[in-house]
Design a protein around this ligand. Sequence first.
Ligand code: FES
Length: 174
Amino acid sequence: MATTETTGKTTPATDDERLAQLKEYIAETREKENPDSFLIAVLHRCQELYGYLPVEVMDEVADAMEIPTARIWGVATFYHYFNLTPPGQHVISVCLGTACYVRGAGQLLQAIKDELKIDVGEVTEDGLFSLQPARCLGACGLAPVVMIDDKIHGELTPKKMVQLINQFRRQAKK
Ligand code: FES
């Protein structure tokens, strides 16, 4: 199975650093974005930093943006993309873009759901995995593709996918 690394952004180490980065982003972006896309951009940045949208951080965002918290939750719950609960230790993103879809992404997704006994947007009971859909991950030549954390895995079949999941399970026990 084909695997390629992607270069993700550096994740700050502590919650204080994350919050400082988020507030800096809000201050920098305020002038550039139009008001409608500003909040969505901030929520995306928050999810990049924390992996989800923590309640206490949303209160800070509301203060920094001078908007009601209810408006933030209205937007956050409208878009399925935003996670409202902490993700699993490993995040599996299944590409459902056209190239992957025609090459079996649907079967791959079903195999993952069956193996992990969770649906999209859920976390396994042991907290090891969470599952989410993704649009084109930019590796169509390797379709069908999943990204686990920041690594792309391509040319997958349901069988290879289960093997990959088992690899992560073994590593977690070490
Ligand atoms: S459609 Fe899946 S990587 Fe492009």
